[in-house]
Design a protein around this ligand. Structure first.
Ligand SMILES: C[S@@+](CC[C@H](N)C(=O)[O-])C[C@H]1O[C@@H](n2cnc3c(N)ncnc32)[C@H](O)[C@@H]1O
Length: 183
């Protein structure tokens, strides 16, 4: 049986093969963010067709260095200076688990860089009127995403909103919340 996850990926990918100016702008901004905040070694989870590459690139479906899902990274704890998750959380089965895995493989002083669309008013209205077959979920409000990050153990250092046509996108830079007195 084809799961909801498989169905959303196949629809999403056929549409994603046509690279538009819109996509190129987003990739350019992802690269700028990574250049500014990235620390080696870097990991890109759900790297997909994106030309923005890290030292290790992981994707379950498209060509990459490692074929794996973000919910279960075949990597050791605390090895990466940067973990990037660009436009992936709305495509995965369990977004909270992907964030927890990103947190696990990030070094104590590492940075987590997230790019994620959080719907603006037009997006919310569109969603009321259409059945979306391309995504597992949508984020309607910033606080939903911030709460997920906090629950996965991240502290948000920077929260930047960018608009691409009518689409509202969040770029977040987060560090690991360190728990003292537990070891
Ligand atoms: C919209 S594309 C984004 C690709 C790229 N990060 C970018 O910025 O262009 C979503 C990607 O998430 C990947 N993906 C889907 N489910 C995933 C999962 N459970 N874990 C990791 N990646 C996943 C897909 O294969 C696809 O490459």
């Amino acid at each position: 049986m084809v799961s909801k996850w498989q169905r959303t990926q196949s629809v999403g990918e056929t549409q994603f093969t046509a690279v538009s100016d819109y996509t190129r702008r987003i990739w350019g901004d992802e690269q700028t963010f990574l250049n500014k905040h990235g620390r080696a070694p870097s990991l890109n989870v759900g790297s997909g067709a994106c030309p923005v590459k890290c030292d290790v690139n992981i994707d379950p479906l498209l060509p990459s260095d490692v074929k794996a899902v973000g919910e279960s990274l075949p990597l050791k704890d605390e090895v990466f200076g940067t973990v990037a998750v660009f436009s992936v959380l709305d495509h995965v089965l369990d977004d909270g688990q992907v964030l927890r895995e990103a947190h696990r493989v990030l070094k104590r002083n590492g940075l987590f860089i997230l790019m994620q669309s959080v719907l603006g008013l037009r997006g919310k209205i569109w969603l009321l009127r259409h059945r979306d077959m391309n995504h597992m979920r949508h984020y309607l409000w910033d606080w939903q995403l911030r709460r997920k990050l906090r629950r996965a153990g991240f502290v948000v250092n920077q929260w930047k909103i960018k608009w691409y046509n009518h689409d509202r996108v969040v770029y977040a830079v987060c560090s690991k919340q360190l728990l003292f007195g537990c070891e």
